[in-house]
Design a protein around this ligand. Structure first.
Ligand code: G1P
Length: 817
């Protein structure tokens, strides 16, 4: 029998809702419900609240005819949604209390939610932060991407080597999403282009693909802070046009009958299939085109349904391309406008450029996508024609302006002729967009000078900067409730609604000993939680009084985990050689995944583990130094690690990290940064004050100068005994007695050709680390700086970033910078 709800008791109302979900949606009663059943019931209860606000929000967008923003991204690194949603709905305490009344521990339930790992690193997490900020700022936005059945691989360490295992976030279903089978578009591949001439009509082209794949929409509501608005993340799943070829099946060909299904569904099967094979490469292009085509068809339909006129597209719609992955949108939008909606070419081009904008996230040449012309011709023949035509008109228009410089024309061409003919997606995105933005001031400046220097000369207005940001709701309030409570106690409740300005009010508290003590105490609490996790997962015990020195991010040579490891080994040797020195105790914490085919990065993971294995058991250190590599880094793990960090390692080769966003999350939580003047570290040092960070190493300019010389490092190594000693220890197999030669190639590579200037920055890094030790030994100064880091990081809120996009690029009315 249903219980009577207690009058006006929101906790009890929520408790009733949970029970109803458990019974009618999950099909269980409290007596036989498992933890996951409770998770699902609570998530569905929260979702009901989301849906109410979602409906209101979409009605309002319609009524007010708001301009819509579409964020196209191959990655959305969302992580868990339960606490995020409850917290933004203002229901976190209600849900906690409601569960407590049902004798269920909320903390246990929340950890049962799988991470939606539909992304790789900073780029994908940025997209997730942006979605939350857009909802918070009341911007009518859709995120568009792929609903990967398997997100980024699960990293398992076997004897210190990374192994990739399939990640299975959908095993128990996904309570947040709504399948929309009725929202489905056909996406073509292959085939040919025919010319159609009908009497009285302008001759036109029609693409006749020989393969069709169906896209099915799955919608997830994304709620803003205090449910200001609810937007939609629409992810596409690929299906075959027909689930089974019945004739073949009945003829006994049971596998052949589903071959098309397998081929079509592989498009949304996994994030970042290994593209070191030709089949993998093709699948990647199929993924990109698939989600771009479905999204453009969908948004044009919505536009026409609402406004009825394709010509007003740029007034009503802004499309942001997150990196080059969706760059094929330039050609697909042209095809839809010209071939399907019958616009004249130049009109279509004007609309395309006015609607699209593109964010660049890297200057590394190998990361700027390009596709073999032969592959494009086979898979997307009409798009290849369109790209040739865009290119031809572009080159013609330059010649008409009397620009004949061959090198310039070659560099801005959409086709690369040098290494086999390829389509340059960065150039395509640039040419087809009215705005091209970098993600930090330095990155944008370098973009103007390097990858897009020629384009910049031709279109000096297009490149602009939008320094990245992170959502404070997730990276402060949710990840670090202890610190949040302390801050609210100090500066008041308004912090929660206006952190960008109110955080600054914290500055005077840095001078108060009692506040510093509380600040340090919340860190201890978080460090104990991380230590418990490490103990439980890895069986390693950590000294929480030691400096927690953390580098967590994708493993990549330019991010220079190797520099950190060389420092670790040098420190180890120094501690052993000089046990009487008063060394500050350290815990070196690493986490991150290496791309499946990136052998060098995988070797670096193995090295970290080998070093850890040796150092952690060396009794001469008396526990002064520990090294841990925590497996399977993801958003949830970051939420535990970042609030527990004392020192944040942001040590990329200057000029190569576009921005970094974990640097902001660490500083926000009060960690001190040791870093190069790279990416957003530069702006962080301006906001926070260089004296409250440990900035070291070559500047981007010095890196450029040094890189023009031979990259052999004999001189640098000869000049530093410490560096030579650390390299020799690794090279000679001290950390790999089972295979003494394991790292010979790695070290010899550094000596002969150190592309990322690890050796060249080593001594400066070592010296900066000793300043870290010195500051740690004067806690008053350390915690003074720590408080100021938190106080001065409000500017790095993704709300600020999104306001800049909205006013400068998307021209969304009503949003002031
Ligand atoms: C990439 C860039 C990084 C930037 C991020 C978001 O992230 O390398 O500098 O902050 O995009 O713009 P990554 O995938 O390297 O983590």
């Amino acid at each position: 029998m249903a219980e009577e709800p207690r009058a006006h008791d929101p906790v009890d109302t929520f408790r009733q809702l949970i029970l109803a979900k458990l019974k009618y949606a999950v099909g269980k009663d409290p007596g036989n419900a498992f933890g996951h059943d409770w998770f699902e019931a609570v998530a569905l209860a929260a979702r009901d609240h989301l849906v109410d606000h979602w409906e209101e929000a979409s009605l309002q967008v319609e009524r007010q005819e708001q301009k819509r923003v579409y964020y196209l991204s191959l990655e959305f690194l969302i992580g868990r949604l339960l606490v995020d949603s409850l917290s933004n709905l203002g229901l976190l305490d209600t849900a906690r209390e409601a569960l407590a009344r049902l004798n269920v521990d909320f903390e246990q339930i929340r950890n049962l939610e799988p991470d939606a790992a539909l992304g790789n690193g900073g780029l994908g997490r940025l997209a997730a932060c942006f979605m939350e900020s857009m909802a918070t700022l009341n911007i009518a936005a859709h995120g568009y991407g792929i609903r990967y059945e398997h997100g980024l691989f699960r990293q398992v360490l076997v004897d210190g080597w990374q192994q990739e295992h399939t990640e299975t976030w959908l095993d128990f279903g996904n309570p947040w999403e709504f399948e929309r089978p009725e929202v489905s578009y056909s996406v073509g591949f292959g085939g040919s282009v025919v010319n159609i001439t009908e009497p009285g009509e302008v001759p036109r082209h029609e693409w006749q693909p020989n393969e069709m794949v169906r896209s099915i929409a799955y919608d997830t509501p994304v709620v803003g802070w205090r449910h200001s608005s609810v937007n939609t993340l629409r992810l596409w799943r690929a299906r075959a046009e027909e689930d089974l070829q019945l004739e073949r099946f009945n003829a006994g060909d049971h596998f052949g009958a589903v071959v098309d299904v397998v081929k079509a569904e592989s498009i949304s099967r996994v994030l970042y299939p290994n593209d070191s094979t030709e089949a993998g490469l093709e699948l990647r292009l199929r993924q990109e085109f698939f989600f771009v085509s479905a999204s453009l068809q969908d948004l044009i339909k919505r536009h026409l349904d609402q406004h009825g006129d394709i010509h007003t597209l740029p007034e009503r719609v802004a499309i942001q391309l997150n990196d080059t992955h969706p760059a094929i949108a330039v050609a697909e939008l042209m095809r839809l406008l010209v071939d399907v909606h019958r616009l004249e070419w130049f009109e279509a081009w004007t609309l395309t450029v006015a609607t699209l904008s593109y964010t660049n996230h890297t200057l590394l040449p190998e990361a700027l996508e390009s596709w073999p012309v032969s592959l494009m011709e086979r898979l997307l023949p009409r798009h290849m024609q369109i790209i040739y035509l865009i290119n031809a008109y572009h080159i013609d228009s330059l010649r008409a302006k009397d620009i004949h410089d061959f090198d310039l024309l070659r560099s801005v061409s959409l086709i690369e002729e040098e290494h086999g003919r390829r389509v340059r997606m960065g150039n395509l995105a640039f040419l087809g967009s009215h705005s091209i933005n970098g993600v930090s001031a330095l990155h944008t400046e370098l973009m103007r000078k390097s990858v897009f220097s020629d384009f910049h000369r031709l279109y000096p207005q297009r490149i602009n900067n939008k320094t990245n940001g992170v959502t404070l709701r997730r990276w402060l309030y949710q990840a670090n409730p202890q610190l949040t409570e302390l801050l609210v106690g100090a500066v008041g409740d308004e912090l929660l609604d206006s952190p960008e300005t109110v955080l600054r009010k914290l500055e005077p508290f840095a001078a108060k000993a009692s506040f510093r003590k509380q600040f340090a105490a919340q860190r201890q609490h978080n460090k104990r939680a991380l230590a418990a996790l490490v103990q439980e997962r890895m069986g390693i015990s950590l000294d929480t009084q030691a400096i927690f020195d953390v580098q967590v991010k994708r493993i990549h040579e330019y991010k220079r985990q190797l520099l950190n490891l060389l420092h670790t080994v040098a420190l180890y040797q120094a501690m052993r050689n000089d046990p009487t020195t008063d060394w500050a105790p350290r815990v070196k914490i690493f986490a991150g995944k290496a791309a499946a085919s990136y052998h060098q990065a995988k070797l670096i993971i193995k090295l970290a583990n080998d070093i850890s294995r040796t150092i952690n058991v060396d009794p001469t250190l008396r526990g002064l130094l520990k090294v841990v590599f925590i497996p399977n880094y993801n958003v949830s793990l970051a939420e535990v690690i970042i609030p527990a960090a004392d020192l944040s390692e942001q040590i990329s080769t200057a000029g190569l990290e576009a921005s970094g966003t974990s640097n902001m999350k660490f500083a926000l939580n009060g960690a001190l940064t040791i870093g190069t003047l790279d990416g957003a570290n530069v702006e962080m040092s301006e906001q926070i004050g260089r004296e409250h960070m440990f900035i070291f190493g070559m500047t981007a300019q010095q890196v450029a100068t040094r890189s023009r010389r031979d990259l052999g490092m004999a001189a640098e190594i000869a000049a530093s005994e410490r560096l030579a000693g650390a390299m020799e220890a690794i090279r000679s197999g001290i950390f790999s007695p089972d295979d003494p030669n394991r790292y010979a190639g790695l070290i010899d590579g550094l000596i002969a050709h150190d592309r990322f200037l690890v050796c060249a920055d080593f001594q400066a890094y070592w010296d900066a680390q000793r300043q870290v030790d010195a500051l740690w030994r004067t806690p008053d100064r350390w915690w003074h700086s720590a408080v100021l880091n938190t106080a001065r990081t409000g500017w790095f809120s993704s709300d600020r970033t999104i306001r800049e996009y909205a006013s400068d690029i998307w021209k969304v009315p009503g949003i002031e910078k």
